[in-house]
Write a protein that binds this ligand. Structure first.
Ligand SMILES: [Zn+2]
Length: 301
């Protein structure tokens, strides 16, 4: 029962935020926290924030790639943020937005898709298209916020210096997570496969898996080369070493949960006893109990 309540709380918080920002004015705190920063050359990030910081929550980090032909956006924050995104984009470029890539189905990453014109090409991994179809967010006059193009394992958009590569390595945060490599700039954008320094949100209702999470991240690390900068889902730009540390964290979390199950602990007891903060400096613990409960459920306990 406890684990159902925990998951319910997460979903309700996300839902309320979406309603707040689409139907009311965006909070000044959220607008102030949402700035455009240059990552490298023609790649920018419009900063995201943490869902736990409700008064200033706008959604995840938004990538802004200014190509020869137009702008590619990666993720569009919560509903109601389209104009705020455009205001910030216009401070660095007057080119049209031609493409949106959504890293996964969540409302804080796809929420403002429909603000953009129908002509904008929206690209997602194929499982994310199915997940987005169940959101109920893209119907009637917002139906054009649904994807136009899908792929299974990998996809290349653009060519030459403007090449953008999309990869899917299996279930992790959801079953449709996309990682984006900007090869010309040596930057990797992670979505919520590396959301923050805390336990990941394991969205079991959209095929997420805490059991697969470490191996999915390891497959990415083993198979994708050519980046020296990493854009996480919700926290500031960081390093490949920090991404590798997150992979180890998810593996250690899974191992600790398996150990707790073998020791006969309940999910609640495991949440009270598992502490990885000694090994992972600066990591937070607000999301540990929910992740541990989700792994217990996935392992049939
Ligand atoms: Zn997410």
């Amino acid at each position: 029962m406890k684990r159902v309540l925990l998951l319910g709380t997460v979903l309700v918080v996300g839902g309320l935020s979406a309603v707040d920002s689409s139907e009311q004015q965006l909070s000044q705190a959220a607008l102030d926290a949402t700035v455009i920063e240059q990552v490298r050359d023609n790649l920018y990030v419009i900063t995201g924030s943490s869902p736990l910081d409700r008064s200033a929550f706008s959604g995840g980090n938004t990538g802004v790639y200014v190509g020869e032909e137009g702008i590619t956006l990666v993720d569009t924050k919560l509903p109601g943020w389209g104009q705020a995104l455009m205001d910030r984009i216009r401070t660095v470029s007057d080119k049209p937005v031609t493409t949106i890539i959504n890293t996964h189905t969540h409302g804080d990453h796809v929420g403002s898709n429909a603000f953009f014109p129908e002509s904008v090409q929206i690209v997602v991994q194929e499982n994310t298209e199915a997940n987005m179809g169940r959101l109920g967010m893209f119907e009637g006059d917002t139906a054009h916020g649904m994807p136009d193009t899908t792929y299974q394992d990998s996809l290349t958009l653009g060519s030459g210096a403007d090449r953008i590569e999309l990869y899917h390595f299996g279930a992790a945060h959801t079953d449709g997570d996309t990682i984006i490599l900007y090869p010309g700039l040596r930057v990797l954008q992670m979505g919520d496969m590396f959301p923050w320094r805390d336990a990941p949100f394991l969205d079991r209702s959209n095929g997420g898996s805490g059991v697969s999470f470490p191996e999915t991240l390891q497959a990415l690390i083993d198979n994708v080369e050519g980046y020296d900068t990493v854009v996480p889902g919700h926290i500031p730009v960081t390093t490949p070493e920090s991404l590798a540390e997150y992979q180890r964290f998810t593996a250690d979390l899974l191992a600790a949960v398996r150990g707790a199950i073998e020791a006969g602990q309940s999910a609640e007891e495991a949440a009270a006893s598992i502490d990885l903060t000694g090994q992972y400096e600066g990591y937070r613990t607000e999301r540990m109990a929910a992740a541990i409960a989700a792994i217990y459920e996935e392992l049939g306990h």
